[in-house]
Design a protein. Sequence first.
Length: 179
Amino acid sequence: MTLNVDISNPSGDWSMVKKSSIRAAACAAWNTVKDDETESEVSIVLADDAFIQDLNARFCNKNLPTNVLSFPLLEPGDIGEAQEEGLSLVTPPNPDAPCHLGDIILALTTIVREAEAQEKLLSDHACHLVVHGFLHLLGWDHEAGAAADEMEAKEIAILAGLDIANPYEADANLNEAQA
């Protein structure tokens, strides 16, 4: 089970977050859901808010920055069907070539602001968003109650394996303190 992680940095100074941490977060998410030997790859883009705002406006009709965007190459139904049938999540057209799962884009200023407001380490918050974005690539969703709870539990378990505290518990504690 191999995951190639391509990290690019077209904009923003991400020097305070180690690329090895970003890579580890993506691999941890992949390793919890992947159970065959298919070689796959993901692109992670470390950008600034202007970069992600442009993407958010063009593809999501929201003209504002956000912390993370995911662009899967497969439809969630394709992934779900493969999992239900016990098949590989992704079968590349060329069996010798890795299958590209999609792209995850992170926005520096938004993530820094959120980490400070939520009293989290920047690296931990960035890793959480990589895991969150990666699960979206694999068809996970947090729009409905049960699905949201399931995705959140998956994120918490993956992050625990990286020695990163439950980010949702920290949010709840901060909200209680502010009340």
